[in-house]
Design a protein around this ligand. Structure first.
Ligand code: SF4
Ligand code: F3S
Ligand code: FES
Length: 236
């Protein structure tokens, strides 16, 4: 099929202002948007910049705005866009470094601020044995273990657009994963961070994050659960 691809371009070293380039091209309807971008690089313009790695929805590096919605370019087929006009732009709320590549440092700073790692300095129950957890206890945080840190959620959140200090849904999801882990002992420290001015209370339940998540994580629900823990003082 014939498509008209419009791509946001910004190459700071050229001195040119940000603009859009348009490419009329023949593609297979089963091509993914990532394949289309690769085709542009191969046939028309090798200077087009974007991040990608696994090409299979695992690494989270190719989140971009496709026809106005945050998606992973490697997970969306051209035919599923139901349009021969495709516009590709960088995700919003983070500084554009070049073309579709944004500065992810603020995103990862927020991520690191919630201690996204397992903490338990207590001695093991019996020397060399595992810390046991029931299937129900494991199930409690299963959904939030699926995050691949693509930033599609945080960069679709109006509260984050309004104030980049907001820790954002991705950081809260990754805090949730450990707060509700029965073996972890650092929930209080994480909840303190999330109860700050830049924490969970900035979430206005817009739901954009949940709609954008390529892993179908129930993000807004996870945020509500963290709010409830802060409110009640109980992890249930
Ligand atoms: Fe991406 Fe979903 Fe993780 Fe947000 S919660 S960073 S959208 S995988
Ligand atoms: Fe933003 Fe998601 Fe809350 S889009 S306002 S973090 S529900
Ligand atoms: Fe890895 Fe798309 S390239 S998720």
């Amino acid at each position: 099929m014939q498509i008209k691809l419009k791509v946001f371009r910004y190459l700071p070293h050229t001195g040119k202002k940000p603009h859009y380039d348009t490419y009329e091209m023949e593609v297979d309807p089963n091509d993914r948007v990532l394949d289309v971008l690769e085709q542009v690089r191969a046939d028309s313009d090798p200077s087009l910049g974007y991040r990608r790695s696994c090409a299979h929805g695992v690494c989270g590096s190719d989140a971009m705005r496709i026809n106005g919605r945050n998606m992973l370019a490697c997970k969306v087929l051209v035919k599923d866009l139901n349009s021969s006009k495709i516009t590709v732009e960088p995700i919003l709320g983070l500084k554009v470094l070049r073309d579709l590549i944004v500065d992810m440092d603020p995103f990862f700073e927020h991520f690191r601020s919630v201690m996204p790692y397992f903490v338990n300095d207590d001695p093991l129950p019996e020397d060399g044995k595992e810390r046991l957890q029931s299937p129900t206890q494991r199930e409690r945080f299963d959904d939030t273990t699926k995050c691949i840190l693509c930033a599609a959620c945080t960069t679709s959140c109006p509260s984050f657009w309004a104030n980049g200090k907001y820790v954002g849904p991705a950081a809260i999801v990754n805090a949730h994963r450990f707060i509700f882990d029965s073996r972890d002992t650092a929930a209080a420290e994480r909840l303190e961070v999330l109860n700050e001015d830049s924490g969970v209370w900035r979430c206005r339940t817009a739901f954009n994050c949940t709609e954008a998540c390529p892993r179908d994580i129930e993000i807004t629900k996870a945020i509500a659960e963290v709010k409830q823990v802060i409110y009640s003082g109980k992890i249930e």
